[in-house]
Write a protein that binds this ligand. Structure first.
Ligand code: NAP
Length: 262
């Protein structure tokens, strides 16, 4: 899909932070918008501002993506609305503490929002985009997808899922004209920090949210499969990917490795 083509974009988690900034930037690129989150008042205020500043059509869709019925409503919209050519899977949250501190309900809720929702929303829109032979999906993961050392708890694993999901989607849909981008932010100034009990100004190496999204959209325009805005040395990511791919032939073995003595 051409990055400047003004199809409608559905942005999840658009009421604040990275999602609200995507909404702003996509509206300025001429995309109509469907904004999804739980906070209807915040979505309405953003929609009104973007309509008046950019003239694009902006709709809001209030939905708790951790709720099965609400998720199904957003899926239906993605399946049925032929104007939507871009899905931004951005909604997400984190939990304080380590895995031993995160009770079963909190773990279940986080997985529903960070894992189940992006997978199901991508699966809902994909057949239509493939049939059209164009369109795009942006999945907001995190550098924690490859760096569980940097934060305890379930959250990094949810972001590893989003990265692998993006790679699988790209393999399946890329040859059929659908562009899939995984975006891996590091620490970015948004409300996610205060929501998980962190004083945002004490976070080292914090990126401003506008810089993060502007860089991610340059990565989109470059057609990158994985965009890591904070990583200055692109060759490091390329070497990491090459090392992973180099493992693949070694996995095709009928016998266990000699070190296991089987
Ligand atoms: N900020 C960072 O340092 C950072 C780093 C790496 C990755 N990320 C990722 O970036 C994405 C955006 O986060 P952010 O930093 O912009 O945080 P944020 O400001 O807290 O925004 C999170 C967005 O998700 C929505 N959301 C939360 N729970 C939801 C639910 N159950 N149903 C529907 N929407 C829900 C929130 O809206 P409502 O509360 O109105 O529902 C809000 O719009 C997340 O996937 C996060 O994991 C952030």
């Amino acid at each position: 899909m051409s990055a400047s083509r003004p199809t409608t974009a559905l942005v999840t988690g658009a009421s604040s932070g990275i999602g609200a900034t995507y909404a702003d930037r996509l509206a300025r690129r001429g995309h109509g918008l469907v904004l999804v989150a739980r906070s209807g008042d915040r979505l309405d205020a953003l929609a009104a501002r973007l309509r008046s500043e950019t003239g694009v059509a902006v709709e809001t869709l209030v939905a708790d993506l951790a709720d099965a019925a609400a998720l199904a409503r957003v899926e239906r919209r993605l399946r049925d609305d032929a104007a939507i050519g871009l899905l931004v899977n951005n909604a997400g949250s984190a939990l304080p503490g380590g895995i031993a501190d995160q009770g079963p309900d909190a773990i279940e809720g986080l997985i529903r929002l960070n894992v189940t929702a992006p997978a199901r929303l991508a699966a809902a829109v994909l057949p239509r985009l493939i049939a059209a032979g164009e369109g795009a999906i942006i999945n907001v993961a995190s550098v924690l997808a490859v760096a569980p050392e940097a934060m305890p708890g379930i959250y990094p694993a949810t972001k590893s899922f989003v990265l692998t999901l993006s790679q699988s989607l790209a393999l399946e849909a890329g040859p059929r004209g659908v562009y899939v981008q995984a975006v891996l932010p590091a620490a970015t100034r948004t409300e996610i920090w205060s929501k998980t009990g962190h004083a945002v100004d004490s976070v080292p190496g914090l990126m401003e949210v506008g810089d993060l999204v502007d860089a991610a959209l340059v990565g989109f325009d470059r057609g990158e499969a994985v965009t890591v805005p904070p990583l200055h040395d692109e060759a490091q990511w390329n070497a990491f990917s090459a090392a992973r791919l180099a493992l693949l032939p070694g996995f095709r073995q009928s016998r266990p490795a000699p070190r296991y003595g089987v």
